[in-house]
Design a protein around this ligand. Structure first.
Ligand SMILES: C[S@@+](CC[C@H](N)C(=O)[O-])C[C@H]1O[C@@H](n2cnc3c(N)ncnc32)[C@H](O)[C@@H]1O
Length: 178
């Protein structure tokens, strides 16, 4: 199984036809095209990528898929694309940056509905190369908890990818009444 198959499997949990997705770190749009298939004509995938080189392929792919909105911007500045993106049900984040939890939190505060879901892909060596992967995953989960995310599941991508995990969970989840 390839990396993107593993990610699509994880992502299937919070996605269905009609889901509105914000995808951070879209690259040339390979996984975005799978998500576009899953959410179908009634859903939408807003795909943010800051590399103009990858962005060219992303824009070309979106020409054939009317439910993909390509956005060539820096995900650290959601205000710059706020006029293009509506409220979303799910954010998928794969920017592979040391401050990726902050980037996800910032975008969630702009676009993710209360009770929405997130998936973050964590490559341990993009965050801190001197500590074991499990320690990096635990520290990222803590950062998410501090930003009103409720991580529900951590899935490692072993044996397909080393030191790589996806965390899935909810955002500003409603309090349970006893
Ligand atoms: C690990 S790759 C994503 C691969 C992609 N998910 C796929 O498998 O098709 C990370 C991508 O995030 C992009 N990226 C990194 N930092 C970003 C930022 N601040 N804003 C937007 N895109 C960013 C990189 O240019 C790169 O294309």
């Amino acid at each position: 199984m390839l990396y993107f198959d593993a990610v699509v499997l994880v992502m299937h949990k919070p996605m269905a036809p009609g889901t509105r997705v914000l995808y951070l770190g879209a690259a040339s749009g390979t996984i975005v095209s799978h998500f576009s298939d899953i959410v179908g004509p009634t859903g939408v995938v807003y795909a943010v990528e800051f590399s103009h080189r990858s962005g060219r392929d992303l824009v070309n792919m979106a020409k054939k898929r009317t439910n993909v909105i390509p956005i060539i911007e820096d995900a650290r500045h959601p205000a710059r694309y706020g006029m293009l993106v509506g409220t979303v049900d799910v954010i998928f984040s794969d920017v592979a940056q040391p401050d990726q939890a902050r980037i996800l939190a910032l975008n969630a505060s702009y676009f993710l509905k209360n009770g929405g879901h997130f998936v973050i892909s964590i490559k341990a060596n993009c965050i801190g190369s001197t500590v074991p992967a499990e320690a990096v995953f635990a520290s990222e989960v803590k950062k998410l908890q501090a930003e009103q995310f409720k991580p529900a599941e951590l899935v490692t991508l072993e044996p397909f990818e080393r030191d790589h995990a996806c965390v899935v969970g909810g955002y500003r989840m409603p309090k349970k009444i006893d």
